[in-house]
Design a protein around this ligand. Structure first.
Ligand SMILES: Nc1ncnc2c1ncn2[C@@H]1O[C@H](COP(=O)(O)OP(=O)(O)OP(=O)(O)O)[C@@H](O)[C@H]1O
Length: 271
């Protein structure tokens, strides 16, 4: 028998009550997505198509209107306890130091104080913040805060990591450093990753597989591409490889039309 997927979204449909008027809005329609243990999958799609909605479904933060989620073969009910999340927004508590921020999740899990401190310190060191444990979020740069947030997620050793545009607020150099760092950490531990981005270059550089979503409403996968670039990868260097350029052009061929549709919808909404 085939090993169960780490995360499996089966025939997911998500319908919201529309924000205006009394109607319903189907954000996601009949979407199936499977992520194998240790696989790095990116989902790309135009703005507002439903990427975050899918991630929230995988996290168990939102229940689908139809379809089911399975985690290592088991139906998911409530929050996905085997997943760690990293969102675009800052996740650090401003009143806690970096070390305390990383420790808090461990303590919540019942790890004794001294051990939690030791593990948190080791994770801060792994993300390059060994000497910054006593800094508060406002005393750190955006990149450092992201590192601390990454340590916070990884310290809990989740089997699945859900990332929603985690580096989009960073400048390009810091972003590439962080992307490489994530790839190194991932290579060492091989967790299943669901990575949401609207940046196709980032998706290709990082992933084993890229899934393209259609423009909304009723978004669904319209293309799936296996990224056969060798690893380890340097996200800046890999962009110059002929195979990268080829994959980019193939995927962009599918995504372009959807981005234009998504953009037209945004303009209509704004009018
Ligand atoms: N709670 C909600 N109630 C009503 N509509 C919602 C709700 N959450 C999301 N939507 C709508 O569902 C659609 C998909 O939203 P979602 O945030 O998943 O898109 P996205 O692809 O992640 O967007 P972006 O690229 O801007 O991050 C949007 O049209 C959004 O307005």
């Amino acid at each position: 028998m085939q090993a169960p997927a780490a995360l499996e979204l089966n025939g997911i449909t998500v319908t919201f009550r529309a924000r205006e008027g009394g109607g319903r809005y189907t954000a996601v329609a009949d979407t199936t997505l499977r992520i194998a243990p240790g696989e790095f999958v990116s989902v790309v799609g135009p703005t507002g198509c439903g990427k975050s909605t899918l991630l929230n479904i995988g996290a168990g933060l939102l229940a689908p209107s139809a379809g089911e989620v399975r985690v290592f073969g088991e139906p998911l009910a409530g929050i996905n306890a085997r997943a760690g999340y990293m969102f675009q927004a800052e996740a650090l508590m401003p009143w806690r130091s970096a070390l305390d921020n990383v420790m808090v999740g461990l303590q919540y899990r019942g790890v004794p104080q001294a051990q939690a401190r030791e593990q948190a310190q080791a994770w801060l060191a792994r993300v390059g913040l060994a000497d910054f444990g006593d800094r508060y979020p406002h005393q750190m740069s955006g990149g450092m805060r992201k590192r601390a947030a990454l340590a916070q997620v990884l310290a809990l050793d989740p089997d699945i990591i859900l990332m929603d545009e985690p580096f989009s607020a960073l400048d390009i150099q810091t972003r590439q450093l962080m992307e490489n760092e994530v790839l190194d950490l991932w290579a060492a531990k091989r967790k299943a990753v669901l990575f949401i981005t609207h940046d196709l270059d980032e998706a290709i550089a990082m992933s084993d597989r890229v899934v393209v979503l259609s423009a909304g409403p009723a978004t669904h996968p319209i293309g799936e591409f296996s990224i056969d670039l060798p690893r380890p990868r340097d996200v800046a260097e890999v962009r110059g490889q002929p195979r990268f350029v080829e994959l980019h052009s193939q995927i962009w061929g599918v995504l372009r039309e959807e981005v234009l549709k998504g953009y037209a919808q945004q303009l209509k909404k704004a009018a």
